[in-house]
Design a protein around this ligand. Structure first.
Ligand code: PLP
Length: 401
């Protein structure tokens, strides 16, 4: 593979595996390959490392290790949470979620709709925020689960999860959250949040792809999604992915240690990047709330041009960024998140997400800022939308005030 220097601004899509994580994993790919369920010492020794990792992941979210179920990914965790709530309450056939969830939720809910379940997708405001009163009013006697993400992967917008969980508790409804984007960025504490279930994916916190976890609060009735052996206390069949679980454990420690850096240095880099773009490149707008937002994410609309064209030219300069989510790349539809926020299709199609991380340096931000204005100017010079677009955009701006 091409080994030239890359300038990586796509940490919400995936993150570089930390060298510390690789080091922790290697023994379990070479010498310690026993099955953790085996009764002999060679297996039991491995099982101990799985349980150590479970403790580390539990510590990241202030849970009890017995409340952690290792899964194959964030998608499986989200699917499992919803599946379990429906299976545990056979009489309840309604799911309450939002229009801006990851496709891991949206597509699964659409699948369930086709199977006769009812789903309410709550709308969001122009800044990406949720109307909590509407959420409260939308909970029904037959609601089996409320599943609301904590932080949005495209815009970084944070929902007030503590408040949402309190509402759900008062109504006796299970609350699940997709917290995949939060480790290392927000302080995670399931006791403070008051949620029943919470999903994480290790590749978003500098561990490999293909390992995730679902937190299930003690005494929550849980029915498995992957049915088989008695692994994970009977809650998820399949022989444990030991090296990846061990890596996840090490990554959880690193995420806790990087929280401070992410909220000071990385936030500063993000703010400088965003402010410079908005003040020096004309016809640019930030998508999403300024304040209630992850410290690493910036989503910006570049009017009159297509994000795909910008991304191609950025790629030629070795810069990785994305439009919307990596999981929907290639589709011609504008981002469902930006569309739900009320952006016009053309503005949504011209929007780019920059997501920084613990390895992002000030020099990399400088490099991006050096290349971006020229790329935008070059594309706008040949944009057919420009002349008419300018007028349309003014109308849009006026109608929103
Ligand atoms: C990446 C992501 C997922 C999916 O996680 P996978 O491990 O890739 O399945 C789910 N939700 C959010 C918010 C994400 O950013």
């Amino acid at each position: 593979m091409d080994q030239r220097k890359i300038y990586y601004f796509d940490n919400n899509a995936t993150t570089r595996v930390a060298p510390e994580v690789v080091t922790a994993m290697v023994p379990f790919l070479s010498d310690f390959w026993g099955n953790p369920s085996s009764a002999y010492q060679f297996g039991k020794a491995v099982a101990k490392h799985v349980e150590d990792a479970r403790e580390k992941v539990a510590a990241l979210i202030n849970a009890d290790p017995r409340e952690i179920i290792f899964t194959s990914c964030g998608t499986e965790s989200n699917n499992s949470a919803i599946h379990s709530a429906l299976a545990a309450h056979p009489g309840k056939r309604h799911i309450l979620t939002t229009t801006v969830e990851h496709s891991a939720n949206i597509k699964f809910c659409e699948f369930l709709q086709k199977r006769g379940y009812e789903v309410t997708f709550l709308p969001v405001e122009f800044d990406g925020s949720l109307d909590i009163h509407l959420l409260e009013k939308s909970i029904r006697p037959d609601t089996a689960i409320v599943s609301v993400m904590w932080a949005n992967n495209e815009t970084g917008v944070i929902f007030p999860l503590e408040e949402i969980a309190a509402i759900c508790r008062s109504k006796g409804v299970t609350i699940h959250t997709d917290a995949v984007q939060t480790p290392g960025k927000l302080k995670l504490d399931v006791a403070e949040l008051g949620v029943d279930m919470l999903s994480l994916s290790a590749h978003k916190l500098h561990a490999p792809k293909g390992i995730g976890m679902l937190y299930v609060k003690r005494r929550t009735k849980y029915l498995p999604y992957v049915i088989g052996g008695s692994q994970e206390r009977g809650r998820r069949g399949g022989t444990e992915n030991v090296p990846y679980i061990v890596g996840f454990g090490r990554a959880a420690e690193l995420a806790m240690a990087s929280l401070e850096d992410e909220n000071t240095r990385v936030r500063g880099l993000r703010d400088r990047l965003e402010k410079t773009i908005l003040t020096t490149i004309p016809n640019t707008v930030r998508n999403g709330s300024q304040d209630s937002r992850l410290p690493n994410t910036s989503n910006i609309a570049f009017d009159f041009i297509e994000a795909e064209a910008i991304l191609m030219l950025l790629d030629q300069a070795g810069i990785c960024a994305s439009s919307g989510s990596a999981c929907t790349t290639g589709s011609l539809d504008p981002s469902h998140v930006l569309t739900a926020m009320g952006l016009s299709a053309s503005r949504a199609r011209g929007s780019i997400r920059f997501s920084l991380g613990m390895y992002t340096t000030s020099e990399e931000v400088d490099y991006l800022l050096k290349h971006l204005p020229g790329i935008i100017a070059k594309l706008r010079a040949v944009s057919p939308e420009k002349a008419t677009g300018a007028a349309a955009n003014r109308v849009e701006a006026v109608s929103r005030t």
